[in-house]
Design a protein around this ligand. Structure first.
Ligand code: HEM
Length: 498
């Protein structure tokens, strides 16, 4: 009887339909109106296309239409988008967590992805380290400065004729060398093999995450062993661990040899040394390095690229910026005080952040059932984020569609308390907020200002005439135009005050 039934095609079809209906009925019903739900779109093809191409508009129009939170269908699930008026509620709510969201969405449990576990580990080892040792640390400035100089010589060269840089490689290289001076320290910062491992890992990691999101959750534990990017991550993770083990061993032997001669062990101002001092640290040095690269490299390089585009497009900014850099350095010497005085540069950097239109901020996972101020329940497990469109809102910014390098310095001079690059606010939340606010933002500030000070004093920049850079969009995220052909040349009389 059962055999007869199973060999019957109609019975199979009914069974499949029943399973599909059951599956759909088990999906959590969205609490808020769905902005990309279309009739007959059973496989959500139209919904995901709309999300990928138009997330920003869906959010702005959805929030305006429904006058409250909305739901968006995204590949692999749903996201709740809250209006920016609920920013402070998100920032301060202890039932919401950033780290758990990232561990889940970026597959921190997979082999080869251990760096993500280290970065967002519940022990907060690395986050605390960044907050206490890296933030506003005067001692790191000389090393970053030296490595920016070396990186520009290596990647941008000495030619006094116009040359086009390799947009991806020669921008990533500068930021990566500068960061490595404090992350890995002097032994490996400019080492070609190490740089290749770190930069490739970041590339492969993000490619692997995108690749895995195209697979059903059930199949990921299997396919991750076969996919090219996940395999590359495992290989690079092994290489990083081996190289870093050697660095740690070399430093230990060096310290022992010094002590044996009654001398002080050499002092290092980098994350390798700081991590060694953390009692009970369980994260291998290689994992720590790749974790740092993952958090710091792509984010900072993207902004670096956007600032270069904006400076090249606004040549009227160059001389005032040069003048500000000269004055700050001559009055304060090289250090954090001089960088803090570069207020126009600070404003230019913040204005450039506005040009990469990320549609949301403050992404969180609900780790315990929680309630919005109006009493609406958000179930455990939901993902929430807040609308970022205030960055382009005419009620917040005059002529928001224009690039104005002076925008934030003018606000600052008018008494606004949140217009500095490192500050986060409801209207400009690119570094997040609350207890998860980016702990690397002060370092990004130091690194970018040093890179830009060197570049402005030593190079001329230009884009091909009429070139309009166009950011690329991936759903709620955005990236800098990947096709830019930035031309550079050493200045006839470079100013060697750095
Ligand atoms: C322009 C560059 C950067 C941008 C735009 C950026 C942006 C962000 C954002 C949006 C968050 C989430 C904050 C939240 O949701 O409240 C974050 C977290 C984080 N960032 Fe950055 N970041 C940058 C550079 C860096 C650098 C240079 C480092 C390391 C030196 C770093 C380390 C981290 C870490 C460890 C977290 C996790 C914090 C936590 O979960 O508590 N970031 N960053």
């Amino acid at each position: 009887m059962l055999i007869n039934l199973l060999s019957n095609g109609v019975a199979w079809t009914l069974l499949a339909v029943a399973a599909a209906v059951y599956h759909l009925s088990q999906r959590r019903r969205p609490i808020f109106p769905v902005v990309n739900d279309y009739p007959w779109d059973f496989f959500r093809r139209k919904a995901y296309l709309a999300y990928n191409q138009n997330a920003g508009t869906l959010i702005t129009q959805g929030l305006a239409k429904h006058r409250g939170p909305i739901t968006m269908l995204v590949p692999g699930g749903t996201k709740i988008v809250l209006p920016s008026s609920l920013s402070d509620w998100i920032r301060t709510n202890k039932d919401l967590d950033h780290q758990e969201l990232i561990r889940e969405e970026y597959f921190a449990h997979l082999p080869g992805f251990e760096s993500q576990h280290t970065l967002h580990s519940p022990d907060r080892m690395l986050i605390d380290l960044l907050r206490t040792k890296l933030t506003q640390n005067e001692k790191i400035v000389p090393a970053v400065n030296r490595h920016v100089d070396l990186a520009l010589q290596h990647h941008w060269g000495d030619s006094k004729l116009w040359e086009t840089i390799d947009w991806e490689k020669d921008t990533t290289g500068v930021i990566s060398w500068a960061a490595a001076s404090v992350f890995v320290g002097p032994e490996k910062a400019t080492d070609a093999e190490w740089q290749e491992v770190v930069q490739s890992y970041v590339r492969e990691y993000f490619a692997a995450v995108s690749e895995l999101h195209t697979w059903k959750a059930l199949l990921r534990p299997i396919v991750q062993w076969l996919l090219p990017h996940t395999s590359a991550c495992r290989d690079l993770m092994r290489r990083a661990r081996t190289i870093m083990q050697e660095v740690v061993q070399k430093r230990t032997s060096e310290a022992e040899a010094a002590r044996a001669q009654g001398l002080e062990a050499p002092l290092y101002h980098d994350t390798v040394a700081w991590t060694k001092q953390v009692p009970g640290n369980t994260h291998p040095a290689g994992d720590v390095q790749l974790a740092l690269a993952m958090a710091a490299l792509f984010t900072t390089t993207e902004l670096f690229r956007q600032i270069l585009i904006d400076i090249a497009n606004n040549p009227q900014l160059v001389e005032p910026l040069r003048q500000e850099i000269r004055t700050s350095l001559s009055e304060n010497g090289l250090g954090l005080a001089a960088l803090a005085k570069m207020e126009l540069l600070d404003s230019v950097m913040k204005e450039s952040q506005r040009q990469i239109p990320i549609s949301v901020g403050l992404e969180r996972k609900v780790i315990r059932e929680t309630f919005l101020p109006d009493g609406t329940k958000l179930p455990k497990g939901s993902h929430v984020m807040v609308d970022s469109s205030d960055m382009w809102n005419p009620a917040v910014h005059e002529k928001p569609e224009l690039y104005d390098g002076y925008r934030f310095i003018k606000r600052r001079q008018a008494g606004d308390k949140a217009s500095q690059f490192v500050q986060s606010s409801r209207e400009h939340n690119i570094f997040g907020g609350g207890r998860h606010i980016c702990p690397g933002r002060f370092f990004a500030n130091t690194e970018l200002k040093l890179c830009l000070a060197h570049i402005l004093l030593k190079f001329d920049l230009r884009l091909p005439p009429g070139y309009q850079a166009v950011p690329v969009r991936f759903g709620v995220y955005a990236g800098v135009d990947p096709n830019v052909r930035l031309e550079i040349r050493r200045r006839e009389e470079p100013e060697c005050i750095l």
